[in-house]
Design a protein around this ligand. Structure first.
Ligand code: ADP
Ligand code: MG
Length: 405
């Protein structure tokens, strides 16, 4: 059984400092870190102007950094080969003649984006990265990387006279969120709606956030699983998801086309009982998912705020998660055999609710499970994967954790 344990902050800092020292021959000035996230409910709603309900993971990406006097960024990552070097003056869009190749785009893109916001020129840095957030598992290692280095640039700039630390306020953190989104969209060239970065920078320990993707306003809602004897088990299916990129763009395009036909900017603006007769069958299915998913997300948040995680309320919460999965499977068509297998197996072995999380076509699924049944669920999922000939799944224990710092 492979459990991907979160490192303690001390362990993460020690690892990344050691990598920095080995690579650059000196002790780093500072270590910053930012969490990956898991979305509890509200999938494929962010680019439709709807709500999502993510929480930060205890799994974080660590950045050991030292400020430089020039505009050079030297980078090393424990998860990637070699030492890279990029001059901040050379950073250009992913679709330009001179894009930043590979993972450094997520780092230098943040400085580029802050400058695009009208902020002063950012200093170069030496930076070492290490992370226990799995890559490409739908748990947002990309946002964790961006947000960790965003924290680093903010604290370098805070040493200057005319800079108010952005990390010190939610307003400032929101500016960093926008910079990280812009870095990912324009420099790394990955379309992303912004839920990941908001979760990583603006979450709160012990809470989920109800995020309105239209204006990025959010509400922190207590989600104390441990005292309710519950666990949010994450299963990284490690399914090969080659389809994901093209399909994500296709879903977005279908949603935009449907919204246009129905005369709204976003599908989130539609009434629950909207007349969808002028849509194609596929447009109807996608729209139905978005409308019902937003309603489920709001119901989930309201239930969480209405009392303890017990009895009928808990059952309803679980059902909303499972209904979300069904909608993603049938109407949105973004699940895959591995994700469906986690959900059915977890439910058969005592989960209160279960669903895929993230974009789909692989990545991770989550199950809300009474603590005493977690081992059973893990064993059953592992056996089912072996029986089906799937890759061996990895498990993570999700606890709502602290934001980037
Ligand atoms: P995820 O669901 O994990 O966010 P993405 O495809 O959005 O998946 O982002 C993964 C990419 O982010 C990696 O391919 C890599 O380029 C970059 N990345 C994430 N974490 C690291 C890291 N620790 N070191 C180097 N690059 C990283
Ligand atoms: Mg990502």
């Amino acid at each position: 059984m492979i459990v991907n344990e979160a490192w303690s902050i001390d362990e993460g800092e020690a690892r990344v400092s050691a990598l920095f020292e080995k690579t650059f021959g000196a002790v780093p000035q500072a270590v910053h870190s930012a969490p990956g996230r898991v979305n509890v409910i509200g999938e494929h709603t962010d680019y439709n102007g709807g709500y999502a309900l993510p929480m930060a993971l205890p799994h974080r990406t660590y950045a050991a950094v030292t400020k430089r006097d020039d505009r050079v960024v030297r980078l090393v990552s424990a998860q990637e080969a070699g030492v890279r070097e990029v001059n901040l003056d050379d950073v250009d869009r992913y679709d330009s003649d001179n894009p930043v190749e590979g993972w450094p785009a997520y780092v230098v893109g943040v400085a580029w984006a802050l400058e695009q916001q009208g902020k002063p020129k950012m200093p170069g840095m030496d930076v070492a990265i290490d992370s226990c957030v799995p890559f490409g598992a739908g748990l947002s290692s990309s946002a964790a990387l961006e947000c960790a280095v965003a924290a680093a640039w903010d604290s370098f700039m805070a040493q200057e006279d005319d800079w108010t630390p952005l990390l010190a306020s939610d307003e400032g953190r929101s500016e960093l969120v926008q910079a990280c989104i812009a870095a990912e969209n324009h420099i790394a060239g990955a379309p992303t709606g912004g839920m990941d970065q908001a979760a990583s920078l603006r979450c709160k320990e012990g809470h989920v956030i109800l995020l309105d993707s239209k204006d990025f306003s959010l509400r922190h809602i207590p989600f104390d699983l441990a005292s309710a004897g519950l666990e949010m088990l994450v299963v990284d299916t490690r399914a090969p998801h080659k389809l994901a990129d093209g399909q994500y763009a296709k879903r977005r395009a279908t949603c935009e086309a449907s919204a246009k036909k129905l005369g709204v900017e976003y599908l989130a603006d539609l009434d629950y009982n909207v007349d969808m007769s002028e849509l194609t069958e596929v447009e109807r299915m996608r729209t139905r998912h978005v409308i019902t998913e937003i309603a489920r997300t709001l119901d989930f948040a309201e239930l969480l705020e209405s009392g303890e995680l017990t009895g009928e309320r808990l059952e309803k919460l679980g059902n909303l998660m499972t209904e979300s999965h069904e909608s993603l499977r049938v109407d949105y068509e973004v699940t895959c055999p591995e994700l469906d297998a986690v959900v059915t197996t977890a439910l058969e072995h005592g989960a209160i609710g279960a669903r895929m999380t993230g974009g789909g076509f692989g990545g991770s699924a989550i199950a809300l499970v009474p603590v005493e049944k977690v081992d059973d669920v893990m064993t059953a999922v592992e056996a089912r994967f072996a029986q089906e000939g799937f890759n061996e799944p990895h498990f993570l224990h999700a606890v709502p954790s602290a934001p980037a710092n």
